[in-house]
Design a binder for this molecule. Sequence first.
Ligand code: GLC
Length: 740
Amino acid sequence: MEKRKLVELLEDMSMEEKIGQLLQLTGSYFMEDAVLTGPEAEIGVTDQEIACCGSVLSVHGAKELRKIQDRIMKSQPHHIPALFMLDVIHGFRTIFPVPIGQGCTFHPELVKEGASISAKETAVSGVHITFSPMSDLCRDARWGRVMEGTGEDKYLNGVYTKAMVEGYQGKDVKAPYKVGACVKHFAAYGLPEGGREYNTVEVSNRTLFEDYLPAYKEGVKAGAVSVMTSFNTLDRIPSTANRRLMRDVLRDNMGFDGVLISDYGAVMELVNHGIAEDGKEAAKLAINAGVDIEMMSRSYVANLKELIVSGEVEQSVLNEAVMRVLTLKNQLGLFEHPYKDASEEGEQAYILCKEHREAARKCAEESLVLLENDGILPLKKQGQHIAFIGPYVDNKELYGAWALMADGKDAKALSEIVPLLYPNNGYWFEHACNIVPKDSLLSGLASTLETKYTEEEEARAMERAVETAAAADIVVLMMGEHRLQTGEAAAVGDITLPKKQLELLERIAKVNENIVTVLFNGRPLDIREVKEKSSAVLEAWFPGTEGAYAVADTLFGTSNPSGRLSMSFPYCVGQVPVHYDEFATGRPKETEEVENKFCSRYEDIPNAPLYPFGYGLSYADFTYEYRRISKEQLKISKQDDFIEASVTVTNHSDVVGMEVVQLYIQDVKGSVVRPVKELKGFQKICLEPQESKTVTFCITEKMLRFYDINMEYKSEPGEFRIYIGHDSTQSNGLAFHLTK
Ligand code: GLC
């Protein structure tokens, strides 16, 4: 529809119709013979308000959504089509690894392909917008939603946010099989005090701009059609009412002109925050802050008309919000094609198709991180007696808490796959124990809970598992968190494995020293005991629909692990938050040996994490040699000046391997303190046995910019050091100077 037609439409709409466009309700309100319960019943929207509803969330299915669209358009005085939105965080039905695992691939093209595949399955199911990517930087493993982000590094998060937005939207979101992205949660939701869900965020303005906003900005630059507000406060103002954050920073500073949607109920929650007296004041604060759509609360529909009539809210503010919603519908082509790609034939043809499964398997393989290996891996493909033990050996649900459309029947379990793929060994499979105790409170997003044993049954199963382990050549322990122990509303104070699983490890280590431990989890855990008792540790995260194949092929060497940690594994929860790009402090601790008590250290634990950002092992053996730079001076005044930094990487093994060559830069002195190093680039390369490759990075002045003492984003002359290596612990930097 032409822009002027949209303007004419807006002008012709009644106040109720306009306000209705700003309401988003769950699909339950539109199902035939819907029975509303819980929060959906409590909101109290009227039939008239439902009739004018502009967008719908959490419903999918071509047939169903075409019917709902018909119903909504029929009830709308101007027959305006609805937007359908859904949480497709890491796959629709073909589930990809959880984002923290995807972050470990250091392969943004793979992640972009995964987003494109997710978009296709989402689009044929009738949905127009996905509430993804989550770009919240997080360095706190206690927070459950660390699983939904791509790790602790602001640069890496920006790379992945861009890749996901491009994957979802393509070049034109109107194109077939594309969906709109929704960058969330704006802003700094990943920094809750104590790692506690929905908790207060306290961050300096400089750190907010330097570390926490860049990834969202990459999403806006990539053309994301929508942004979602965060539940938290910033500067003691809830984001959903934070006019400076939404209008000055997001819209004016970052140039975002799309739709801003509140998180679930977040407008009405302004009352709980204590900055709104009631729904009316909440509506006024949110609309004036620039929030266009109110998700699942009725402050707008119940109060905006009165607020506008009384002059407390300008009519232009309402019109501006409604126009953004109509514009988004127009961008998607919904006025001409209200069903867009909704197609039962498309669902049949594309959901879980072979190509999608293959892409998910490749992404899963590259998300796996080999943390320890004394040579026990890869497992021999014949003549071994191997006991697979633990609650994940026969579990098909190797996906995270936000895999809403996933179904275990789409996947295979390790216990099914291993004998098929590697038939020339002897195998035992023992579930051994529940993932979590039967009485654990897992109020997650689904009802599934792997607690197959009563206490007595579990005791017997554990006994049987230990006996089996004693008789085996090798034990492969498959343990981890329950998938609903991460994700939203899943913050924890204890980041160790469930106690029963640690008991299993303890008992098996007494009867067999050849233990390979595979971990399924959505957050970095305190795995000191696992490290101590295992000959090899493979971090699998929640690898998705094809995850069992990826783990099996990696264990037996068909796939060579290439994942590198996108987030540090803390030594223990007391270290949290821990991240590689820390500041030196006035009393840096130079070594782990205690030479000087009075330096930045702990009395009882090391400063270093158990496993650092960027770390991961391979079955290959890579060396780095001939680090060199093309010159030692970079001139600010010389347009397009650059330095080339190179290294030669060699694979000294007899297996093909992929290596993630990482570039870090240190700004030795600034007008404000600067991190000890910052990731500025990476290249994932594949090396044949005995092959060498020279990897070169181009370093420009622009890469050296930061928010200086005056909050101006620019570089400062001085000394810099370049670290090219295997992970963030790389030392012996190459020095260069930036000059005027
Ligand atoms: C949830 C989450 C948000 C999600 C939304 C819709 O509370 O915070 O990430 O997209 O509600 O389900």
